[in-house]
Design a protein around this ligand. Structure first.
Ligand SMILES: *[C@@H]1O[C@H](CO)[C@@H](O)[C@H](O)[C@H]1NC(C)=O
Ligand SMILES: *[C@@H]1O[C@H](CO)[C@@H](O)[C@H](O)[C@H]1NC(C)=O
Ligand SMILES: *[C@@H]1O[C@H](CO)[C@@H](O)[C@H](O)[C@H]1NC(C)=O
Ligand SMILES: *[C@@H]1O[C@H](CO)[C@@H](O)[C@H](O)[C@H]1NC(C)=O
Ligand SMILES: *[C@@H]1O[C@H](CO)[C@@H](O)[C@H](O)[C@H]1NC(C)=O
Ligand SMILES: *[C@@H]1O[C@H](CO)[C@@H](O)[C@H](O)[C@H]1NC(C)=O
Ligand SMILES: *[C@@H]1O[C@H](CO)[C@@H](O)[C@H](O)[C@H]1NC(C)=O
Length: 360
């Protein structure tokens, strides 16, 4: 029995705490949770499109309704009511809300966030100077007309297929806006002919259209002018006296550079210059275009014509060798003459041996 009374005692204490807890929870729940389900819980609607949202309850009530500047539903005994607008064209629409009267004069409401969007009428790209010069800074401009809402707009800048910059906006204007965005660029020679474009992207979250609506400008090609550079020119050229050699000065630049050669007294236009023994020691190639010019010097070395000397030396060597051979031949011949009998003897014996066979 002691056990039982103890059990009873504990149970009553627990139920006291339980009752308090339930009271507290229902108070909190009454303040925080309204017995309404709205579906979907938020909407993203294209300007001018239709929209409908259900509001339902599972509790018995004294009436519920939708409060809205458009498509409101008056107090109703139904447990499912629909807010419906066939053409949503009010940019500044107040978020509609569904309300319910229930229990002992309790009322609560749930608001519906509404986002109205519009893709831009046009997206265009431009620049003040389409012909640019390497080393300077320029600006590209993107014009976006009539887009909403600004805070969900992202402007993407592309160079070719590469995303080079991105701009987001913080203004919370709900109605359409025009945006002008500028992108500073520092083009170099590799960017000559590069194509830029800008793109307006609307990121409207999970409820919004997928994929994100994107509108892109026509591509803009830029022209980059740059100073000429001279490459692959030897710093020294040697020419044999009496002969000539052509040196070629190749240059890269935009616009195409004009090239000239100068040895201080004569100037020759064109890439090629013929060096002879009368060319001055210091020769300069200059490449020039509208952006600037650059020069490279070539040192001319005239080599004495050593061919006759070489021929002389070769002749001399040949002469010496000939003399040596003649000498050797003569000495050998003498020796041969002396040893002639020794060699001739067997030959003669051979002949003698053969002869008897021929003349028996
Ligand atoms: C709203 O309720 C109706 C009727 O139950 C249903 O046909 C419709 O699909 C619901 N709409 C949404 C958006 O839940
Ligand atoms: C994008 O452009 C802004 C200026 O318009 C600049 O401050 C920022 O550094 C750029 N970002 C990148 C990644 O180039
Ligand atoms: C711009 O916003 C998009 C999403 O809306 C985000 O992914 C991106 O990182 C943002 N870019 C910048 C430069 O803040
Ligand atoms: C629009 O952008 C704002 C700010 O980035 C964000 O809080 C909001 O959720 C976005 N709207 C939608 C429908 O995603
Ligand atoms: C912008 O893009 C959307 C789809 O992303 C397209 O429906 C609309 O016609 C485009 N607007 C313009 C002006 O090209
Ligand atoms: C220059 O010389 C190259 C060969 O070295 C030749 O192919 C070219 O035609 C010449 N150019 C001129 C303008 O004479
Ligand atoms: C060759 O001439 C150029 C231009 O006239 C000059 O800058 C350079 O110093 C000269 N070089 C020599 C080795 O004299």
């Amino acid at each position: 029995m002691q056990k039982g009374s103890f059990f009873l005692g504990k149970s009553s204490r627990m139920s006291h705490i339980g009752l308090l807890g339930i009271c507290f929870l229902s108070l909190v729940a009454g303040a925080l949770e309204c017995p309404l389900q709205i579906s979907p819980q938020s909407v993203v609607v294209r300007y001018g499109d239709s929209v409908s949202v259900n509001c339902s309850t599972s509790v018995t009530h004294d009436g519920m309704g939708w409060e809205s500047t458009k498509g409101g539903v008056p107090l109703s005994k139904a447990s499912l009511i629909t807010w419906r607008v066939s053409q949503l064209t009010d940019w500044e629409i107040e978020p509609p809300f569904c309300y319910i009267n229930y229990g002992q004069q309790q009322q609560c409401e749930v608001a519906l966030p509404v986002t109205i969007y519009k893709t831009p009428d046009s997206v265009s790209i431009s620049t003040a100077n389409q012909a640019m010069t390497e080393g300077n800074q320029y600006e590209l401009q993107c014009d976006i007309h009539n887009v909403a809402p600004a805070q969900n707009l992202t402007v993407n800048w592309y160079k070719g297929e590469t995303l080079v910059n991105q701009t987001n906006f913080t203004d919370n204007t709900k109605s359409p806006v025009n945006k002008i965005i500028r992108l500073p660029i520092h083009p170099d020679r590799a960017d000559d002919g590069a194509q830029y474009r800008c793109e307006a992207e609307l990121n409207l979250g999970e409820e919004g259209p997928q994929p994100h609506p994107k509108n892109t400008s026509e591509p803009l090609s830029i022209t980059v002018h740059f100073k000429p550079t001279i490459h692959k020119l030897p710093s020294t050229v040697s020419v044999v006296r009496g002969y000539s050699k052509v040196v070629v000065c190749k240059s890269e630049g935009h616009p195409k550079p004009t090239i000239s050669w100068s040895d201080g007294t004569n100037t020759v236009n064109g890439e090629n210059f013929t060096i002879t023994e009368s060319t001055a020691e210091n020769l300069t190639c200059t490449a020039t275009n509208a952006v600037g010019s650059s020069s490279r010097s070539v040192t001319v070395v005239i080599q004495e014509n050593i061919t006759p000397i070489i021929i002389g030396i070769v002749c001399g060597i040949l002469l010496v060798i000939s003399v040596i051979f003649i000498y050797i031949y003569i000495t050998c011949y003498k020796k041969n003459k002396m040893g002639h009998y020794n060699f001739k003897k067997p030959k003669a014996s051979k002949g003698l041996l053969a002869q008897p066979a021929q003349t028996p």
